[in-house]
Design a binder for this molecule. Structure first.
Ligand SMILES: Cc1cc2nc3c(=O)[nH]c(=O)nc-3n(C[C@H](O)[C@H](O)[C@H](O)COP(=O)(O)O)c2cc1C
Length: 356
């Protein structure tokens, strides 16, 4: 059977990954209302396609923080890719380089940032950062990724504590002993803090506040993108604190259950930001039409999380390239069928008014 859409890869991963691994990737917090709403919210939006607009040539390219990408879809940071495929993040990096899109590498990668940069030296990479109680640990990581040519820091702000994911607790899910969070490896050995998934999460600093943005700016010259914003109030604060971008995200529904679907939170943020910084979105993107809707509502680019690990579990680099190609092809077709020749023509007039 040919694989034709992202959910075919989801079905494959569900059937072939060990149950505890599948559960870890699929997990949402508590009752999974937010995780599920991320997807359902797209299905409630209807479009206003325009006709007779000569869509014989279409162009899906755009830019993010000044870098050109082939398509407004990038890879969101997700942990532990080696659970899905032996070469893990190396395969993800190679696929994103080949597809000319942005790969946000997770702090909790099972390959080191040095290995990832070497695997795909010409790929566009941003680095996702958590702030640790030990600020020196974060600073050392920042220096490493700056040297390796990562182009932005993505600060995840929605994990002062990890959300409660029921299946992981039932499965007592842990990273198997042959895998390591390599970016933090040496610091782990020195650390005695309690672990989650074999990772000492207690070192994450729950006291992190807006003041820390100034600290971060003082230790890096890279642009800063804040990941996990869901309200216009926080979007305004992000702009006032001088960051370069926001990712509207609820962590794939893994943190606060009851947070809004990201596509439902997007409009108030875009209205507040008024183009002063770039606004991106992740959560629930499964089709090219979802990408079109997010762009029409003001996202500059979207990022995908779980579909990447489904692609990895299918065929490593080739599987990730497949899912990126499918999304790109579907997005191009949705653009053309709604009368848009390029991403500059995708705007809020495409969305049915009852929604705005
Ligand atoms: C298995 C898994 C691991 C994740 N790990 C991280 C992480 O290390 N850092 C982070 O900022 N977000 C992490 N996220 C959240 C993703 O970056 C992203 O917000 C989310 O997956 C988007 O939703 P989607 O999976 O529906 O595309 C993780 C998500 C999943 C599913």
């Amino acid at each position: 059977m040919p694989m034709v859409c992202l959910t075919d890869y989801e079905d494959y991963a569900r059937e072939h990954l060990p149950k505890a691994t599948w559960d870890y990737y699929a997990a949402g917090a508590d009752e999974c209302c937010t995780r599920d709403d991320n997807l359902l919210a797209y299905k409630r939006i209807r479009l206003r396609p325009r006709m007779l607009r000569n869509v014989s040539v279409t162009d899906t390219r755009t830019t993010i923080l000044g870098s050109e990408v082939s398509c407004p879809v990038g890879i969101a940071p997700t942990a532990f890719h080696c659970l899905a495929w032996p070469e893990g993040e190396l395969s993800t990096a190679r696929a994103s380089e080949a597809m000319k899109i942005c790969y946000i590498t997770s702090t909790y990668s099972t390959c080191s940032v040095e290995e990832i940069a070497a695997a795909a030296p010409n790929g566009l990479r941003w680095f996702q950062l958590y702030v640790y109680r030990n600020r020196k640990l974060s600073e050392q990581l920042i220096q490493r990724v700056e040297k390796l040519g990562f182009k932005a820091l993505v600060l995840t702000v929605d994990v002062p504590y990890p959300g409660k994911r029921r299946e992981d607790i039932r499965n007592n899910f842990k990273l198997p002993p042959h895998l390591k969070v390599k970016n933090l490896d040496s610091s782990f050995e020195e650390s005695n803090s309690p672990e989650e998934y074999g990772v000492p999460v207690q070192t994450l600093d729950p006291s992190i506040s807006w003041k820390d943005i100034h600290w971060l700016q003082s230790v890096t010259h890279l642009p800063i993108v804040i990941k996990g914003i869901l309200t216009k109030e926080d979007a305004e604060l992000a702009v006032e604190h001088g960051v370069q971008g926001i990712i509207v995200s609820n962590h794939g529904g893994r943190q606060l259950d009851g947070a809004p679907a990201t596509i439902d939170a997007l409009s108030e943020i875009v209205d507040t930001v008024q183009g002063r910084i770039e606004v991106y979105l992740d959560g629930g993107i499964r089709t090219g039409c979802d990408v079109l809707k997010a762009l029409a509502l003001g996202a500059k680019c979207v990022f995908i999380g779980r579909p990447v690990v489904w692609g990895l579990s299918y065929k490593g680099e080739e599987g990730v390239r497949d899912i990126l190609q499918i999304l790109n092809d579907e997005f191009r077709l949705s653009m053309a069928l709604s009368g848009c020749r390029d991403v500059t023509e995708v705007n809020s007039s495409l969305i049915q008014m009852s929604r705005l």
